[in-house]
Design a binder for this molecule. Sequence first.
Ligand code: ZN
Ligand code: ZN
Length: 270
Amino acid sequence: MIDFTRDGHLHTPFCPHGSTDPLHMYVEQALARGIKTLTFTEHAPFPARFLDPTPDKDSAMSVESLPLYIEAIQTLKRSYPDLDIRLGLEIDYLPGSESETLAFLEPYSDVLDETILSQHFLLVDGELLPVDFSAETFDTLVRRVGSFEEVMRRYYTALEAGLAFPWERLKVNRIGHIDLPIKYQANYDWERKNVLPEQTRLLQTIANRGFGLDVNTAGLRKPECGQIYALDIAPKAMSYGIPLVLGSDAHIAADVAAGFNDIQKKATFL
Ligand SMILES: [Zn+2]
Ligand SMILES: [Zn+2]
């Protein structure tokens, strides 16, 4: 059963590509929408020496911000003792930099409640290419690998390989937006059945590793997607015993729990 009173994927004013909406606005919106459990999952800083592959270099929080972010969420918890506010991070799965990510973030893991592991980049011929930065950079990725479906297959395969690392040390609890390339699906012809072998292998690995899935409504708000990330996969995931956690992926306070009602109405299997 999915908990519709829990929003497990929230960004904050510490996000360089987000908004300046203050944290208390996120909480007030959560209260207005009946949310009782909130996890703040700001983009974790990249390990030193890792260069942000996006044109704007704005993917993640700076390392200087991390202690301030932690302190801000801890203060917020004290301000709203009746709510279950959790301190988390959205940790990038960076193919080729797994050990650096683990070593760099492990000193913070004691204060974290739960984190999300998300893949935003794909390694193609030794070069990391952004998946969700823009329709243009995504199209470059499609051209480099040959097709949209090939992007999906590589996205799943890379993530599956990455799950061999001990992410539990960073309190990873679930995988973020597992089918993120669909953000631009309207620009391409594709069918999910053509990527099922890779998708199934990834789901089996997630189940074996004991991780959950972030059922992420941000896709609903993207014009070239129009769909909730992971929702198509949810029935299969449930059959494997994979827990599902809703996430709005809000980068503005108004988006906290956005689309949750929509799911409750449409997805009767949840
Ligand atoms: Zn973001
Ligand atoms: Zn993300």
